[in-house]
Write a protein that binds this ligand. Structure first.
Ligand SMILES: [Zn+2]
Ligand SMILES: [Zn+2]
Length: 187
């Protein structure tokens, strides 16, 4: 699981930057004490060793969060990193939207399917591929002569992001780098 870029604000239950009003030292201290009370191992009277471990790790994290957020210098540094990460994420989603806007939309039904070796990318059973491992793939020829390739595992991975009956996957031609949006039914 990815660690939240705003982890130290999250564990103290404080709003992450940008702040319209600067967080007062008392506010941070109060949040720190409240978080400690919520997660202190002594409060978790349980035979469950896992829970205790989780709590003591949590307490370490809360203490570290307080040390950073209560120091103006360290907090400024930390806020700067958060803002940079946010900008990176924004740039990334802008890039994806640009690709989506430009890509042609096709249906997976327009693809041919085959057992293909992913190393040689040859749908036919040619002698060079005789000993290669094969995987179920869908392929469609690109204008440049190479093929767009969709593997079973790509579809499985993408399916988990869609709740409805239709999924969509972005594929890129390895030779000319053109993108294609491919719609597929989730069974
Ligand atoms: Zn091969
Ligand atoms: Zn191409």
């Amino acid at each position: 699981m990815a660690i939240s870029p705003t982890l130290y604000y999250d564990v103290l239950g404080l709003p992450p930057p940008p702040h319209s009003i600067a967080l007062a030292p008392e506010v941070i201290r109060k949040a720190y004490h409240a978080a400690l009370l919520r997660h202190h191992p002594d409060k978790n009277i349980s035979d469950d060793a896992v829970l205790t471990l989780y709590s003591s790790e949590m307490v370490d994290c809360i203490v570290k969060a307080y040390n950073i957020l209560s120091s103006p210098d360290l907090r400024a540094e930390y806020d700067k990193v958060i803002m940079q990460k946010r900008k990176l994420l924004n740039d990334e989603s802008e890039y994806t939207s640009r690709i989506i806007a430009q890509a042609d939309l096709v249906d997976l039904d327009d693809f041919d399917s085959a057992e293909m070796c992913l190393k040689h990318r040859i749908p036919e059973n040619e002698s060079i591929c005789e000993t290669c491992e094969r995987e179920e793939v869908w392929y469609k020829e690109c204008r440049c002569g190479d093929v767009y390739l969709i593997t079973e595992s790509m579809l499985v991975e993408v399916s988990s992001h869609f709740k409805g009956e239709d999924g969509e996957v972005l594929v890129q031609c390895p030779r000319c780098s053109t993108w294609l949006r491919v719609l597929f039914a989730i069974s």
